[in-house]
Design a protein around this ligand. Structure first.
Ligand code: UDP
Length: 484
């Protein structure tokens, strides 16, 4: 008997930041490990990142094609090679980036409809690639969206849209009730809402509306999460949206953590950790793009160098700091033994899996949140912007795997018409406040140990979800079956 042909998935990761490209590549690898055929389409500057990940992660025998389609950065007035939103350096560049993305979309559409060697059975699109929907409709195949957010955050966003909050924009100090998961209360300030509900967006509200319409029209949602984690948020979202919401992660567990063999930073991080006691290190990172304003960075730095634990601190934007802050950092962090500062790309998944790491101070990006949970590491939460304040609520109030440092104001970023790393002259969070949060998590007290126990329980569930018969395994099969 002839074996039925497995469906062919075309994945087009959103080129917002590496944190969108890597998990979608991993989803491609998971699909391939379940026997599906996979093609990933991206821009030339991002293709080597995708290809190197595919080379390291692809299961034996599976084939994943990586195709680069030109991205007309220069044509839109952007610097050559500006092929990710996180490479834009001012709010003025953002509309140009979206203009170039539209042209990129036209070229990808042409490729999928005319030139691709195989007809897709399904398109999985990153969040702002709204132009994939007409392509899928032309081909008569399903179109799924991958936002890069967790189910809880998406449920909150959906709830606010259904309440019409995008029309009546909250004032910065208004408390917004998004208690979508009773009995847990979830209230945040207007200024902490996701860009969908903020007034000063550098790409204008039209784009967010387009993304919302895309989101409503697609056939389903693919999530990097697992059903046991978010207290039924995926099912509630599926019911509200009337479509499949399939959690197939944590995708960081799709292979053993691997290091970029070329990276000195990676080797330096791992050998530094090897010399530390179990669960003694605080790992500090604010994601792929998060920059903290100088005054705040100083307070954080003072807390990190004077706390009782060794610290690994990943720092972005250090080159553009004022001279006095640079000098302070040189004097206080260059010894390496107490506080290792990493200015390049840290091998985060491998770091979190290292037995020496006892806590993660995180900006609550969804990728970092999930990687921490999957490694069983509790968190100190320091949200910066986007959906990170909502993720903080999940981490602290719903899951009980973290303590909040107490940030209330979002930091500037290009999307909210600010320059990354710029910001208030006065720090919002003082060094003592940071140390007190670290003490709660790392100090051996009852609350900290409870968070550690809960994080380890999440890790066990995360691993089980990807095994045969687990929830993510079954959801991935359901995704494949829905496209046969
Ligand atoms: N990351 C990394 N090394 C770094 C900085 C970030 O590996 O030095 C990875 C991290 O493991 C995560 C992603 O980049 O997968 C960051 O994603 P997240 O959603 O947490 O935040 P974002 O960068 O989107 O703000």
């Amino acid at each position: 008997m002839e074996t039925p042909t497995k469906p062919h998935f075309v994945l087009v990761p959103w080129i917002g930041s590496i944190s969108h490209i890597v998990p979608m590549t991993d989803i491609g690898c998971l699909l391939a490990s379940h026997g599906a055929s996979v093609a990933i389409i991206t821009t030339p500057a991002n293709a080597s990142l995708v290809q190197s990940r595919v080379d390291r992660v692809t299961p034996r025998g599976a084939v994943i094609a990586v195709t680069a389609i030109p991205f007309p950065a220069a044509g839109a007035g952007l610097p050559e090679g500006c092929e990710r939103l996180d490479l834009t350096t001012s709010p003025a560049m953002v509309p140009a980036f979206f203009q170039a993305n539209k042209k990129f979309g036209e070229a990808v559409a042409h490729y999928c409809l005319q030139d691709a060697p195989r007809r897709p059975s399904c398109i999985v699109a990153g969040m702002c690639h709204t132009w994939t929907l007409p392509v899928a409709r032309d081909l008569g195949v399903p179109c799924y969206i991958f936002h890069g957010f967790g189910a809880f955050a998406l449920l909150c966003i959906d709830h606010l849209y259904r309440q019409g909050r995008h029309e009546a924009i909250a004032s910065a100090d208004e408390v917004v009730d998004i208690s979508v998961l009773p009995p847990f209360e979830c209230k945040i300030l207007g200024r902490q809402l996701t860009p969908h509900f903020l007034p000063s967006m550098s790409m204008g509200s039209g784009l967010m509306q387009e993304v919302r319409e895309f989101d409503m029209a697609v056939d389903g949602v693919v999530l990097n999460s697992f059903d046991e984690l978010e207290h039924g948020s995926a099912a509630l979202l599926a019911a509200a949206a009337g479509k499949k919401v399939l959690a197939v992660g944590p995708v960081s567990l799709c292979c053993a953590p691997s290091l970029d063999p070329e990276s000195d930073d990676a080797r330096r991080c791992m050998s530094w950790l090897d010399g530390k006691k179990a669960e003694s290190v605080v790992y500090v990172s604010f994601g792929s793009a998060g920059c903290i304003p100088p005054a705040q960075l100083m307070q954080l730095g003072m807390a990190l160098v004077s706390c009782r634990w060794p610290v690994m601190w990943v720092m972005r934007g250090a080159d553009s700091l004022p001279d006095d802050v640079k000098a302070w950092l040189r004097e206080n962090t260059d010894g390496d033994s107490k506080c290792l500062v990493v200015r390049g790309w840290a091998p985060q998944v491998a770091i979190l899996a290292h037995p020496a790491v006892g806590g993660f101070m995180t900006h609550c990006g969804w990728g970092s949140t999930l990687e921490s949970v999957a490694a069983g590491v509790p968190m100190v939460t320091w949200p910066l912007f986007a959906e990170q304040f909502v993720n903080e609520k999940l981490i602290v109030d719903v899951l009980g795997v973290g303590v909040s440092v107490g940030v209330r104001k979002p930091t500037a970023n290009v999307l909210t018409a600010g320059k990354p790393g710029s910001g208030e002259a006065k720090a919002e969070v003082g060094a003592e406040q940071v140390k007190s949060a670290l003490e709660k998590l790392m100090g051996g007290g009852v609350d900290g140990e409870d968070m550690r126990r809960k994080a380890l329980a999440c890790k066990a569930k995360a691993n089980a979800s990807l095994k045969e018969g687990g929830s993510s395994y079954k959801n991935l099969e359901e995704l494949i079956q829905s496209c046969v």
